[in-house]
Design a binder for this molecule. Structure first.
Ligand code: FES
Length: 79
């Protein structure tokens, strides 16, 4: 199963320090973070754990085609 293209662009968000679980399957309803949908769908994909150490603005990949998950690398521009 290919990951779903949830958005052809990043989710740009101001993040607080903490651990985050970016959805790699694209099916979550709490974009861009995992809501467990991958288990229900049997998508064969699991979330990517990321620790944000300092407050910062993050561009989370929305298209799920990035080569640098969980972050946007501009791959959406080629879709
Ligand atoms: S819902 Fe997509 S990886 Fe969990």
């Amino acid at each position: 199963m290919e990951p779903k293209i949830a958005k052809k662009g990043p989710y740009v968000m101001d993040m607080k320090p903490g651990k985050y679980y970016w959805c790699s399957c694209g099916h979550t309803e709490t974009q861009p973070f995992c809501d467990g949908s991958h288990e229900r769908l049997g998508a064969g994909m699991t979330p990517v754990e990321t620790e944000i150490k300092n407050p910062k603005t993050v561009a989370w990949c929305g298209c799920r085609r990035t080569a640098k998950p969980p972050f946007c690398d501009g791959a959406h521009n080629k879709l």
